[in-house]
Ligand binder design. Sequence first.
Ligand SMILES: CC(=O)N[C@H]1[C@@H](OP(=O)(O)OP(=O)(O)OC[C@H]2O[C@@H](n3ccc(=O)[nH]c3=O)[C@H](O)[C@@H]2O)O[C@H](CO)[C@@H](O)[C@@H]1O
Length: 394
Amino acid sequence: MTATRHFLLAAGGTGGHMLPAYALAGELISRGHRVALVSDDRGLKIPGAPAEMETHVLPAGRVSGGPIGWIKAALAIFKGRRMAIDLIGAFDPAVVVGFGGYPSLPSLLAAGATKRPRVLHEQNAVLGRVNRMMAPRVDAVAVAYHNIQRYPAGHELKKHITGNPVRDEIVAIREEGYPPLPEDGIVRLLVVGGSLGATVLSEVVPAAIAMLPPALLSRLQIVQQCREADLETVRAKYADLGVAAECAPYIADFPERLRWAHLVIARAGASTVAELACAGRPAIFVPYPSAMDDHQTYNVVDLVEAGGAISFAQPDFTPAEVAKHIQRMALEPGALENAAARAASCGLPDATRDLADLVESLAAPPMMDVIRVGASSSQRAAASGMASARTGEQ
Ligand SMILES: CC(=O)N[C@H]1[C@@H](OP(=O)(O)OP(=O)(O)OC[C@H]2O[C@@H](n3ccc(=O)[nH]c3=O)[C@H](O)[C@@H]2O)O[C@H](CO)[C@@H](O)[C@@H]1O
């Protein structure tokens, strides 16, 4: 049984940063540790935080705009760092883990000032700004892809491929395998545009479906996430074509729909990519062209190279191209199953566990903490005596 340790996680802003932090927190808590999370107001609104985790909101500046913006950001970061030093003093974490985004920066700086081991987790295939800035200074960088861009040269040894945590229900899909194609030839298509939906999918996918031969049309079943504004138009298009389609602004039972699907058309956000690879579902991706440093395009490189997906730059994501690809996948015997197996070969179903192992491995033995944070000489002597006693027991 491992000793109970304290871990401080720092993440903020979007679900992309928060959900992996929640997953790691849940895993560490299940191992008997205590976890605190530093975030911002926006981040703490994202549902899914483990109930046992304590949360703190600290100031964090976003470096943007001109000189006045930079000065304001620097002051906020400095204030946040000072408060994070106090929090570290009180909570005494063995390791501090940052998940990218500006809200993680003050805690990572404070961890440096207080000599705590630091770990970064990067969800995308291009290191984000804060992670890029901190990577040379931290002890380990957990990434989700073999092809990782903007990673600082000379720091390869501290790079660990853990993957992006995915929900247990999605790991279960992997264990069940690819759903058999029914004898009546029905092909089930899932269309999903990230947490906010994507209008390009509402414009292009129904138009592509309209170009399919009638024999294939009658075999298709579709579940499509659409933005609220596109919902009625998309429903009407599928109804005109006589295609069985369910459309919703958000698919609440996403794991269930992914289990059901034979083929997926999607944006290439980090979680979606990790989920499709973990579950082993072939995909057609259209990366979001305005994503920072074009990270969605890089997110799918491993999957495309493995033959588990095809990716179209948005200008090439035309109804004719999409129709051609759906037709090939649906009609060529074995094409879907083959791509599914190749997609699964990129899945990292143990991401949460591997990330927790990495973070735990950086926690010094409990008594060493007493020495490191500058205990009095009598405490040091007692601690080193106890530490050697512990060593003697092994
Ligand atoms: C537009 C944008 O900048 N998106 C970024 C955002 O992703 P964003 O949050 O948009 O997309 P992700 O693919 O990372 O995550 C979407 C999550 O929502 C779930 N889902 C989605 C739709 C739905 O109807 N039901 C449902 O449950 C998916 O299963 C997935 O778990 O953060 C990611 C991680 O930094 C980045 O890679 C993305 O580029």
